[in-house]
Design a protein around this ligand. Structure first.
Ligand code: 0L1
Ligand code: MG
Length: 263
């Protein structure tokens, strides 16, 4: 008798949560379940998040993934996606990445919005999206795909909540009107060596476009972006591995610098 799971939304969510809990990477779900389409993958993501919420986590915002060409080229996936942030993913500034809790963490620099009012799509333009933003911050996202070697298709990474693991928000709060975010530069270093550079325009031409994209995509699924939520607009550059003892830093023109260690 076969011991293969019967693939459906529930079993896929269970398999991904188990991989996260046991720190065990696996092959893509689409290898076992070739019929997993994008819409069903978002259902898996929703089921996975419902289980995290039932276990006590709270939704604190949304994240976009694969919004820059650098990320799309590296991952071989050419479409942006949305996913969720919970309080359990938030790493306070100055606290190192707990690598023992993760599989193969990588870090990427992001421009982060905190919303001052609700934002309801579809039909939202980038300019309208920016009107809902209260503050802009520098950010670092720690991603940790549950798939071996970060190899996945779009439905796989959507189901896996876009490789979410941890995120850090910088200490300098900026007003959106005070910065040209398309021209905001970022230098990413590992142990003092410059690895990647980018400007805010790397994210969909302007990070506000990414915010509008999230509002519109989630609006079509009946979800409103709430005042107070954090929005990670997507990696500006490719991500770098972080190992115990290493230090990754992102220095922005106006948003300040974030340094992230690892234990
Ligand atoms: O910000 C991002 O583009 C995150 C993408 C998540 C998928 C990944 O690179 O593992
Ligand atoms: Mg990211």
């Amino acid at each position: 008798m076969s011991t293969e799971p019967e693939w459906n939304v529930q079993t896929a969510a269970e398999v991904l949560l188990d991989a996260e809990k046991t720190r065990t990477d696996r092959g893509p779900i689409t290898g076992d379940w070739p019929g997993l389409d994008l819409e069903t993958a978002y259902d898996v993501q929703a089921e996975l998040m419902a289980r995290k919420v039932a276990a006590g986590q709270h939704i604190v915002g949304v994240k976009l993934g694969l919004t820059s060409r650098a990320k799309q080229l590296r991952m071989g996936v050419d479409s942006p996606l949305t996913a969720w942030l919970t309080d359990a993913m938030s790493l306070p500034l100055g606290v190192p990445v707990p690598t023992a809790e993760l599989i193969h963490p990588r870090v990427e620099p992001e421009i982060v919005f905190v919303l001052g009012r609700d934002l309801t799509g579809p039909g939202v333009t980038a300019a309208q999206a920016m009107e809902s933003v209260d503050a802009v911050y520098a950010g670092l996202e720690v991603i940790d795909s549950r798939f071996t070697d970060f190899k996945f298709t779009l439905p796989d990474v959507v189901a896996d909540n876009a490789s979410s693991a941890r995120f850090v928000i910088g200490g300098r709060k900026c007003r959106p009107a005070d910065i040209d975010l398309a021209l905001e530069a970022c230098v990413l270093q590992v142990d003092g060596e410059v690895v990647y550079t980018a400007a805010g325009a790397a994210v969909q031409g302007h990070p506000a476009e990414a915010l509008a994209l999230a509002a519109n995509a989630l609006g079509r699924r009946g979800v409103v972006l709430r005042a107070g939520w954090t929005v990670l607009t997507g990696g500006l550059t490719d991500a770098v591995f972080i190992r115990p003892g290493q230090q990754v830093s992102a220095e922005f023109t106006n948003l300040g610098a974030i340094v992230l260690g690892a234990v």
